[in-house]
Design a protein around this ligand. Sequence first.
Ligand code: IMP
Length: 502
Amino acid sequence: MATIFEQESRTFSEYLLVPNLTTEKNTPDQVDLSAPICRFRKGEEESKLKINIPFVSAVMQAVSDDGMAIALARCGGMSFIFQSQSIESQCEMIRKVKKYKAGIVASDSNVSPDATLEDILKLREEKEHGTVAVTEDGTAEGKLLGLVTTRDYRVSRMSLDEKVSTFMTPIEKLVTAPEGTTLKVANDIIWDNKINQLPIIDKDGRLVGLVFRKDYEFHKANPYELLDKDKKLIVGAGINTRDYMERVPALIEAGADALCLDSSDGFSVWQQKALEWIKSNYPDVIVGAGNVVDAEGFKFLADCGADFIKIGIGGGSICITREQKGIGCGQASAVLAVSEARDKYFKETGVYIPLCSDGGIVHDYHMALALAMGADFMMLGRYFARFDESPTRKLLVGGSYVKEYWGEGSNRARNWQRYDDGGKGGKMAFEEGVDSYVPYAGKLKDNLDTSIAKVKATMCSCGSSSIEEFQEKARLVVVSSTSIIEGGAHDVIQKENDRTAR
Ligand code: IMP
C-alpha cells in the first residue's frame, strides 16, 4: 500500500518566527550573511567556496545571463548561468563574467592607429562602453599608443573615415602606471590626476590592463562583492544530465566556479551518473544537485557526492509541475524535511552539506523563513527577473512597466534536458511552466539592499548574528488563516501611496 505522510505539506506563508532575546550583539551591522556553497567537514575546515549574501539567481533563460551574473556577484551573491543554450554560448557568458574584473581589467576594446572613427563607434555599440585602447598591433597586449574615449571625438563634426591616430589622446599626454602597481596605488593616481581610467603598462610599453574609477567607487560601496583569488567575479553554471561529458569540461575551461545540475526532479539515476562522472574526472569541481523535497532524495544525492543540494518541486512562481504531474511538496515542509536529514547526515558523517531553497519565495520575509528552516542560501527566479539586470524585455502593459519571465519548462524555453524522463530525449511532451510578466522593480542593488535589511532585522529579532546561529535558535509557529489576515494592515482605511515597497 502507498505510504501516506502524516503531516500535510505547508508553504512559507503558513509560518511565522517567534522572537528570541535580542542583545547588544544583535544589530544589523553585526549580522554575517555569508553562506557555504560546498560540502565540508564542519568544525575541522571551511567550505571551499562561500557566498557573501545567501542569494543565487535561478538557472533560467529569463534570469541568469552574464549581465545578471556580474550585477549579482558585485553585490555578493552568485548566478548560475542557464544551460538551455549551446555549450559555446554558455561558455562565452562565463568568460564575459570572468573578464569583468573589478580592479585591473584586460582591455576588451582595442584598435590599431589605422582604425577609423566608424570602427570606434561599432566597438562602442558592441562592447557597450566608451574606452578604446590604441595599440601598435590592435591587440589587448600590444604596445600602447593612446586611448580613445567619448571625449576625443564629436561624431557630428567628424568624418567616419577619420583615422584614430588623428584624434586619440596620445600616450605622451596620458597618465600611466607601471606593471606591478597595486590597485590601491592605481586608485590614488586616478584621484590625484582627476582621470577616469588608468592604463597599466609593462617595461616595454605594452598594455597590461586598465583600472577604472567607477569600479573602485562601486567596490567601496559594495563591501560584499564576491571575488575569486584573482579578484575576478565568481560565477556558476547550470548543467544537465545529457551532455555533461562535453559541457562540464568546456565550462571549467571557461572559468566557471561552481556547477549545478538543473533538473525539476533530482532523485534519479541520471543525476547519480552525472555526479559520479564529474567527481571522478574533476574531483575539485564544486557541483550541486537537485531538486529534492524529502529525506530520501537528500540522502541519495548526498551519497552520490553532491556538494550542495537544492530543494523544491512545484513551488516556483511560473511552475505548473504540481498541476501537470501531481508531484511536489509545499516549500516550507520540504525545506524542514531536508534540513532534518542534512543535520542527521552531518551527525553521522561529520560532513555538512549546504542546502539551497529553490523557488516559491514571494515576500522578503520568506527569505528569513527559508534560512530559519535550515536552508543555507536560496535560489530565486521571479525576484531577480523583475530587475533592470535580467536579460528579458521591459514592456509597458496596461499602464505599468513589466518584465517578461518564463519557465524553463514552458514552450518558450523548451528546456527538455531539465524535464528529462530518461527516454530518447529531444522533446517535451507537455509544458511544466508558463510564460508570464512580472512587475518591473528597478535596479537589482536597490531591491537587494532592502531585502537584506529585512532579513538582518528578522535575524536580530531572533537573537542571531549568523545564518548558522539563526538555524539553531529559530522558533517557528504555524499560523491559522485568520491570523494571516491579522498580519496585514486591517480594520483601517488605508491612505493611497501609504505603503513603502514590501
Ligand atoms: P521562483 O523564484 O518562484 O520564480 O522559482 C524559480 C524556480 O522555479 C527555478 O529556480 C526552478 O527551480 C523552477 N522552475 C524554473 N522553470 C520552471 C518551469 O518551467 N516549471 C517548473 N519549475 C520551474
